[in-house]
Design a protein around this ligand. Sequence first.
Ligand SMILES: CC(C)(COP(=O)(O)OP(=O)(O)OC[C@H]1O[C@@H](n2cnc3c(N)ncnc32)[C@H](O)[C@@H]1OP(=O)(O)O)[C@@H](O)C(=O)NCCC(=O)NCCS
Length: 200
Amino acid sequence: MAPLRSLPGRPAHPFFESHYEHQLEMVRPSTARVAVPPLPPGYVLRQFRTGDEQPYDELFRLAFEDEGRFPETLARTLEGGFFVVEYLASGQLVASCLASHGSSSPRHPAAGQMGWLVTDPSHARKGLGTIVAACATNRLSEQGYARPYLGTEDFRIAAISIYLKLGWKPYLYHDDMEARWRCIVAQLGREFDPTAICWE
Ligand SMILES: CC(C)(COP(=O)(O)OP(=O)(O)OC[C@H]1O[C@@H](n2cnc3c(N)ncnc32)[C@H](O)[C@@H]1OP(=O)(O)O)[C@@H](O)C(=O)NCCC(=O)NCCS
C-alpha cells in the first residue's frame, strides 16, 4: 500500500499499487437514465467553476496519485459534465465525478468516459459518490453515448459497487479478467453472472 498525500485533518483513501498489467474496464451498454438520490442536508451539488482548482486538487489527492492530468482531463470534460459536491460548512469540495468526450482506452475509441469518482473519506457513506456518479452517467446518456467506458482497479470495491448499481458492466478483454471479476463480486457478496458481462 502506498500512502497518498493526505492533508492535515483530511485522511486519504488507502491506495494499492496494481500488480496486474491490464486495467479493469467497464461499459454501460444503455442510454437509460438513472435516478439521482437526494443530496443530504449541508451539501450542494454543482459544476466545477473557476476558483475550484485548489479545492479540487485537495480532494483529488485523497484518492489518486496521478499527477499533472488535470489540463488534459479538463479539456476532455463535457460541458456540464464536471460534477462536484461542496460541503457548505467548510467550503471544501468533498465529492466529484466527470463525464468526458473520448476515452483513454484504445478499446473504446470516442466512446465517452466516466472518470475520477471520489468522495472525501470524512464524508463517506452518505450517498455522495452515488450522486455524482449517477449525474455523470446521465450526462453521458444525454450526450448520446450508447456504450460509455470507465477504467478501474481491483481494489476499488466501493466504486465498483456503485458502478454495478448504476448499470455499468464488467468488460473482459484479457484471460485473467474473469477470475479477477469473480473475486470482486464475491467481495461484494454477489453472484458472478456471466450474462451480465461484456466480452471484447
Ligand atoms: C468510491 C467512493 C467514491 C464511494 O464514495 P461514497 O460517497 O462513500 O459512496 P456512497 O455513500 O454513495 O456509497 C454507495 C455504496 O457504495 C458501497 N460502498 C461504499 N463504501 C464502501 C466500502 N468501503 N466497501 C464496500 N462498499 C462500499 C456501498 O454499496 C454503498 O451503499 P450503502 O452505503 O447503501 O451500503 C469512495 O469510496 C472513494 O472516493 N474511493 C476512492 C476513489 C475511487 O476508488 N474512485 C474510483 C476510481 S475508478
